[in-house]
Design a protein around this ligand. Sequence first.
Ligand code: GRF
Length: 196
Amino acid sequence: MKNPGQKYRLAILASGGGSNAANFMDYFYDHPKIMVSLVVSNNASAGVLEKASAYGVDSRVLAAPAWEDKHAVLALFDSYGIDAIVLAGYMRLIPGWLIHKYPNKIFNIHPALLPGFGGKGMYGIFVHRAVIQSGAKRTGITIHLVNERYDEGPILFQESIPVYPDDTPERLARRVQRLEHKYYPIVVEEEVCSRK
Ligand code: GRF
């Protein structure tokens, strides 16, 4: 538990546009217990970096070579007092040493109902295409803890929606994204506040 007045500090790791990251910065803006302290991207041109700056949140670009310096990366997270890490469209595997440093405190969201439609190559529109091609009647979101294999950590939360016969991958993506924005911050809030 944090002392009264001290907030839990989140780092968000994202590689792309960062709609989920922005949604977190919005949700936890002025939140009494949790704040987004740092945004990290592996991609210098990721839209998420502009979003962080719009919210006044510090950001860093850590491309692949920077991740080879474990001590520097851990020192960066330490310098921001990071308590938990949120992956929001982060396209690289999280190294074991970071998982050991933050046991059960690294969260990911996947835009389908795991264990279906997960694993390598299953991201973005590819997921929704695969769902439609499979003839699945429902899809949804999965929020899970991160371990060293893609999309295989313990599941914390799932919510589903119907797949309509005339759905396109793009339409499905938009409906799934609405679910992500609705639930991801709430589930992380609940986990972070209840666990320490
Ligand atoms: C989301 O669909 C999320 O499920 C997946 O990556 C996507 C990130 O989208 N892990 P955005 O950059 O937050 O819009």
